[in-house]
Design a protein around this ligand. Structure first.
Ligand SMILES: *[C@@H]1O[C@H](CO)[C@@H](O)[C@H](O)[C@H]1NC(C)=O
Ligand SMILES: *[C@@H]1O[C@H](CO)[C@@H](O)[C@H](O)[C@H]1NC(C)=O
Length: 498
């Protein structure tokens, strides 16, 4: 959120003083006050309106004390017993909007204000606050001695201009600069971000109101630059569909033997459980229903012993969902007891399985992440590559964790970090595979918590970019969060006597 400091009616005996406001925050542990930031110094006014805003992270679970000190360059001497003015502190939640806009304006036939010469015009931009008051958000440079100034293009975040509210009034005042600080008012006009952004395709001419003679300001260019994040989509309701696929091929070793990668020991989790838990526990926070489909591949299933390369770990093909990561673990342990490890190692059936669902929701409302945990050599490399090339056009990413001591050459190739993966001359539209070898994350001193956090971090590192690439190339914008989300904070200003 941002804090805007507005000071009204300071009673100065000397007019040549400068005012500055300093914000302090308090440490959580030691309660010590530390300077967080200070505004610019404003001279010669009884109502300094600071442009500087303090932007602080807001923590729901913490009590955050703030202290504002107002300082003057010369001591403020009020008349004893008289009110020396008020300081108004406003807190407003920042819009989660990461757009910025690059604009350039020029003036036409502005009023001549200077006795010698023409005018020295500059523009002051104000955004309107929720309570209808205005706050300065930008000042242009002064163009000397002209009635037809062309100001330099400037870039401003849309949240500074209108707090992300496209229809909120933006007021622009035109002034003639004066050396003594008493700038002459030429006139003003109002617009909104929505109106300004029309300037992307056409010139917009604004009549300057309240000016002595008719004059205009023209918006010469307007370029919108959007920077949306992964979280914008999640807040906007995009669901992450997280599917797990586990390798049940014989190369993992007999699960009843301690040498097996699937060995279940009462003392220590095996590599599959550890990787599953590490990645799953991070991802589950983005999946609101926390119901995860879990698949296995490369095993002979009961009762008839047929080999399957895509079976539901919970034994229910119509409803492969497991409840939470615990549910996935439980289904994995149950499967180990019922299926027979077999082979070969085929990846393409599970990739196609998820791709079938991903191809049904291409509107950005769902994004699919498939976690494949496997011990080694892939037997259907050509099909797997084709499946990945096909899936690269879908809202889908694939994470592969390699367990055991094997060389993971194929998996490294699938990762495509160096050479974009292709199949029969067709290249993947984007990189959707991230591979990590589990053994690189084993902490010899047994600090699994830290090492698994590192694994999850590395394995998930590329997902937000892969996700954003999909959304960007499809022109999908994040949905706006429900209105209540952005208007929970009180808009009423706090008033403090100083
Ligand atoms: C999530 O994906 C799986 C396939 O991996 C599918 O069975 C399931 O229906 C999907 N869930 C939703 C809500 O789309
Ligand atoms: C990839 O897509 C093509 C065209 O839709 C399809 O014919 C092919 O079977 C797919 N490949 C795999 C391995 O699923």
């Amino acid at each position: 959120m941002s804090f805007i400091v507005i000071i009204n009616n300071l009673l100065f005996l000397s007019l040549s003083v400068g005012a500055v406001c300093v914000l302090y925050t308090q440490g959580v542990g030691n309660r010590e006050w530390r300077e967080y930031g200070r505004t610019e110094v404003i001279d010669n006014t009884l109502n300094p309106d600071f442009v500087t805003k303090f932007i602080l992270d807001y923590f729901f679970e913490e009590r955050q004390n703030l202290r504002f000190d107002l300082r003057l360059e010369r001591p403020l001497t009020g008349i004893p017993g008289k009110n020396c003015g008020t300081i108004i502190i406003k807190a407003e939640e920042l819009g989660n909007c990461r757009e910025s806009v690059l604009m350039q304006f020029c003036g036409n036939k502005l009023d001549k204000k200077d006795f010698f010469g023409k005018s020295d015009p500059f523009l002051v931009f104000y955004r309107s606050n929720e309570d209808g008051t205005f706050t300065i958000c930008h000042k242009t440079e002064v163009v000397k001695n002209t009635l037809d100034p062309v100001w330099q293009a400037f870039k401003i975040p849309v949240r500074a201009l209108c707090n992300g509210d496209y229809d909120r009034e933006i007021k622009i005042e035109v002034y003639d600069w004066d050396r003594d600080g008493g700038h002459d008012y030429i006139g003003e006009f109002s617009t909104s971000y929505r109106e300004l952004s029309k300037g992307q395709s056409q010139f917009s001419v604004y009549e300057v109101r309240l000016s002595f003679s008719p004059c205009t300001v023209t918006l010469l260019s307007c370029l919108v630059d959007t920077e949306v994040s992964f979280l914008d989509y999640i807040k906007g309701g995009t669901q992450i569909n997280f599917t797990v696929a586990i390798d049940f091929t014989a190369s993992n070793g007999n699960p009843s033997q301690p040498t097996s990668l699937h060995y279940l020991s009462p003392y220590q989790q095996n590599a599959y459980s550890m990787a599953l838990r590490a990645v799953g526990e991070i991802i589950q926070d983005y999946d609101s229903d926390k119901m995860f489909p879990a698949l296995g591949f490369g095993a002979k299933l009961p009762p008839d012993g047929r080999v399957s390369h895509e079976f539901a770990l919970n034994g229910n093909p119509d409803n492969p969902y497991c409840s939470g990561i615990e549910g996935v673990m439980e289904a994995y342990y149950q499967s180990l007891k019922s299926v027979r490890l077999y082979g070969p190692t085929y990846f393409s059936p599970v990739i196609n399985h998820v791709a079938r669902y991903a191809s049904l929701v291409k509107d950005g409302s769902e994004y699919f992440i498939l976690l494949i945990i496997s011990d080694g050599v892939i037997s259907d490399m050509a099909q797997t590559k084709e499946s990945i090339v096909n899936a690269s056009a879908l809202p889908m990413s694939i994470i592969i964790v390699g367990v055991g001591p094997a060389e993971f050459d194929e998996m490294i190739e699938l990762d495509g970090d160096e050479i974009r993966i292709s199949s029969r001359g067709r290249f993947a539209e984007r990189d959707i595979v991230q591979f990590v070898p589990f053994r690189d994350y084993i902490d010899r001193r047994g600090n699994h918590i830290l090492s698994m956090a590192r694994l999850a971090k590395d394995v998930l590192a590329e997902i937000p970019d892969q996700f954003l690439q999909y959304m960007r190339t499809r022109g999908i914008k994040p949905q706006c969060p429900p209105q209540s989300y952005s208007s929970k904070l009180p808009a009423a200003p706090l008033q403090t006597q100083i």
